[in-house]
Design a protein around this ligand. Structure first.
Ligand code: DLL
Length: 440
């Protein structure tokens, strides 16, 4: 089926506005095709279907997808490196890999068409942020095995914009390029952008005097509170972008000008929300684990991939007019939750609570330790130089307020340590929010 719509108005975004019945039809046609492809070429998938007495033709309606088995990260690990490929390696034009916390990385593959699909998805995300061919994009996502750099790069070129492939790191050079090349949009992790902004302030450069107006931030959870801080501090519009290597990389879902949830590029990626414990599908509006099926990826199709990312499908249509359904911004993963004295806590809750107090910065680290078989949690939070040079009494008052905010939101009492500006280690990519010292 040909999904390219000829429109003189804005061809790149046309699939975003397909009437829902047409979109569902397109998804079903693509689902049938990808299931057959995976069944024919991926032994693990075929065996799992056979065990359930299913064939691709058993799936006649989109809702039937819930009869299919899940795919998990462990499946990629167990079949490392190429076991889930559905194409001969010679037809694969690109490999990326994502390193986990333990052991071997997972490897993902793209055919030539898959790269086109990915570039188109990223291009449509950029267009949804209001970017166009006149933009000059500083692409500070890491280039290499990480999907961020090349994903944004191809999307930017596809849009016709000017892409600067600066990759992550070398903050001084980033700032020079931003100033001298007239950068209008920047792509990087939100934590790295905050770091860049602080360096800009140190150098007494006024960001508002630069043409930068769009930030494309993702690859790690960040809160609305952090968005507000960034927008206030810089005057740019800060947009969320979501994706994961197993599905394609960045470009699975993006915000639009409304900044109210992320539109899933549903013509390419089919979303479901399940209860992570019972594995049953959940209705729209209910929070659960996001499960994604790639509808147009042929080198390595992913059927019902369990992302471990927690979100909900927003039932209401978006004011922007896109028919693509939205998910709430992903604030956490089911596996970055930690349990302290019986209470479930997520780093994002701590971030939201601490940013309610003036003088805090979005640089923080949560340190878990164990004393006499009791878990302890300390949160190290950087404060602004003004707070840090306050009287001991004033610093202590801020510390208590933060502690109280965190207790109000999470229900647990944590030890808050206010640390000097620059004390929390910076990352050029994803920030490390939790340091777990309990097993060492
Ligand atoms: O992080 C791809 C990416 C690159 C996305 C650049 C956006 C921008 P992975 O390294 O495989 O791929 O990590 C994927 O990161 O399952 C989420 O847990 C988390 N993540 C990605 N984007 C967001 C986001 C890339 N916008 C994992 N908000 C995912 C929250 C995010 N978490």
């Amino acid at each position: 089926m040909n999904a390219t719509f000829q429109s003189t108005f804005h061809p790149v975004s046309a699939p975003d506005f397909l009437p829902a019945p047409q979109l569902r039809q397109l998804q079903m046609a693509r689902l049938s095709r990808i299931l057959q492809h995976a069944y024919d070429r991926v032994p693990l998938f075929r065996e799992r279907l056979q065990q359930r007495d299913l064939t691709p033709s058993s799936i006649r309606h989109l809702e039937d997808i819930s009869r299919l088995p899940f795919t998990q990260k462990s499946d990629l690990r167990d079949t490392y490196p190429f076991g889930l490929f559905a194409m001969d390696i010679h037809d694969v034009v690109r490999l990326h890999a994502s390193s986990g916390t333990t052991g071997k990385p997972i490897v993902v593959a793209y055919s030539r068409e898959d790269i086109q699909v990915w570039s188109n998805a990223m291009e449509r995300c950029f267009a949804a942020y209001g970017m166009n061919a006149n933009d000059i994009i500083q692409n500070a996502y890491g280039y290499g095995l990480f999907t961020g750099g090349l994903g944004a790069h191809y999307g930017g070129e596809s849009l016709g914009a000017t892409v600067i492939p600066i990759s992550g790191g070398n903050t001084e050079r980033q700032l020079m390029v931003m100033k001298d090349f007239g950068v209008t949009a920047i792509c990087c992790t939100p934590s790295y952008f905050v770091h860049l902004c602080e360096r800009i302030q140190d150098l007494n450069v006024d960001l508002a005097s630069l043409p930068l107006r769009t930030g494309v931030f993702g690859a790690e959870p960040w809160s609305d509170a952090m968005r507000d801080r960034i927008q206030e501090m810089t005057g740019i519009r800060a947009y969320d972008i979501y994706g994961l290597s197993e599905i394609v990389g960045p470009g699975v879902a993006c915000e639009c000008a409304q900044q109210s949830g992320l539109h899933v590029l549903e013509d390419y990626f089919y979303p479901e929300i399940i209860d992570p414990d019972t594995e049953e599908p959940l209705p729209d509006g209910t929070e659960g684990e996001l499960v994604l099926t790639t509808l147009s990826k042929f080198a390595m199709p992913m059927i019902r991939y369990r992302t471990r990312d927690i979100t909900a499908i927003i039932p209401e249509p978006c004011a922007c007019g896109r028919s693509l359904r939205r998910i709430r911004r992903i604030s956490r993963r089911s596996d970055d939750m930690f349990i302290i004295r019986g209470v479930n806590v997520y780093p994002s809750q701590i971030e939201t609570a601490m940013l309610r107090v003036e003088g805090t910065t979005p640089h923080y680290q949560i340190v878990l330790t164990r004393q006499h078989s009791l878990d302890q949690i300390a949160v190290q939070i950087e404060v602004t130089p003004q707070i840090f040079s306050d009287t001991v009494k004033a610093i202590e008052a801020s510390r208590r307020r933060i502690q109280q905010e965190i207790e109000n939101l999470t229900g647990i009492r944590v030890t808050v340590e206010l640390v000097r500006p620059g004390a929390v280690p910076r990352s050029e990519g994803k920030a490390q929010r939790i340091v777990d010292k309990r097993n060492v």
